[in-house]
Design a protein around this ligand. Structure first.
Ligand SMILES: [Fe+2]
Length: 257
C-alpha cells in the first residue's frame, strides 16, 4: 500500500497539476483527497474535473459553503464562495456539465474509515468544520475530546487538512505537535505505535510560511511529508482574469500565509 493524501487545493490548478505529476512520477496510483477542492482559487471547475477520479474525496467546509451557504466565513472568503457558486453554473457551459459538477460536490462524504485509518477534512469531532491549530496540543481537554471522537469508532491514525498547516499531533502525556522539518519530513508511525493525527497541509494555499504545495505519502511503515515548487505566478495571473476575486487571495499564495 502506498497512497498520497492531499487536501485544500482551493481552485489552484498550477499547484494541483504539479502535485499530481509528482505523485505519478513516484509511481503512486492511489490518491485520497480530504476536501476543499474549491473556494478561494480561480479554477474550481478544472480542479473538480481532476479530483473526480480519486477513489476517496471528502466534503470540505468550502464545498459545504457552496452547497448550503457561507456561514461563519470572513467577507473575502465569502466573496470567493459566491463567485465559485456562479462558476459551477456558467451559462456558457453545457448544463449537463454543470449538473455533473454539482452532483459531484453534493455526493461528497464527511469522513472515510479504512482499517485503523480515519480520514476527515477538519477533525474527528466535527469532520467538516473544526480547526485543530498547532498550539492546540497544549489544550488537553480539546485534544482528549478529539482523540476520543467519534464515540463509536476507534482509529490509530487520523488524516486531516483544513488549517493548511502540516504536521503531526501525537497522543500522550502531554500531547505534542511536530512540524515536518522537526522530524526530517518522515514519521515511522508503525514502529512508534502511538495514536496520531496527521495534518497533510494544503496543495493550493499553504499557510505555514512556505508557499510550496504540501501533501503526504503513506505506506505500511511511514508517513512522508512532501513540499513541492510550482508555478505560483501562473495562478496569480489566473486571478487577474477575475477582478471579482480579492487581490489578497493571490498575494497570500506568494507568501504561503
Ligand atoms: Fe481549506
Amino acid at each position: 500500500m502506498k497512497r498520497a493524501v492531499i487536501s485544500d487545493i482551493h481552485g489552484n490548478l498550477a499547484a494541483f497539476e504539479q502535485v499530481l505529476e509528482d505523485i505519478q512520477r513516484r509511481g503512486i496510483e492511489e490518491i485520497y483527497c480530504l476536501g476543499d477542492i474549491i473556494g478561494y482559487g480561480p479554477d474550481p471547475r478544472a480542479c473538480i474535473e481532476l479530483a473526480k477520479r480519486f477513489p476517496v474525496n471528502l466534503l470540505g467546509n468550502h464545498e459545504e459553503a457552496v452547497l448550503f451557504g457561507a456561514i461563519g466565513f470572513n467577507p473575502k472568503a465569502k466573496i470567493a464562495i459566491d463567485w465559485t457558486r456562479e462558476q459551477l453554473s456558467l451559462k456558457s457551459e453545457p448544463q449537463e456539465r454543470n449538473r455533473e459538477l454539482w452532483t459531484f460536490i453534493g455526493g461528497l462524504a464527511k469522513q472515510h474509515k479504512e482499517g485503523s485509518f480515519l480520514y476527515v477534512h477538519g477533525s474527528p469531532r466535527d469532520p467538516t468544520r473544526e480547526y485543530i491549530f498547532k498550539q492546540d496540543y497544549q489544550d488537553r481537554k480539546k485534544m482528549d475530546e478529539i482523540f476520543s471522537s467519534p464515540a463509536d469508532m476507534h482509529w490509530q491514525v487520523c488524516f486531516a487538512g483544513h488549517t493548511h498547516y502540516p504536521g503531526i499531533f501525537s497522543q500522550g502525556h502531554p500531547y505534542a505537535f511536530l512540524e515536518p522539518q522537526d522530524m526530517g519530513y518522515e514519521f515511522p508511525y508503525a514502529a512508534k505505535k502511538m495514536r496520531i493525527l496527521v495534518n497533510v497541509g494544503s496543495v493550493g494555499q499553504p499557510r505555514d510560511g512556505d508557499w510550496r504545495a504540501s501533501y503526504v505519502i503513506v505506506d505500511e511503515e511511514c508517513i512522508r511529508f512532501v513540499r513541492l515548487d510550482y508555478d505560483v505566478q501562473r495562478t496569480v495571473l489566473r486571478f487577474k482574469g477575475y477582478p471579482e476575486l480579492p487581490d489578497y487571495l493571490a498575494k497570500r499564495l506568494e507568501e504561503g500565509k
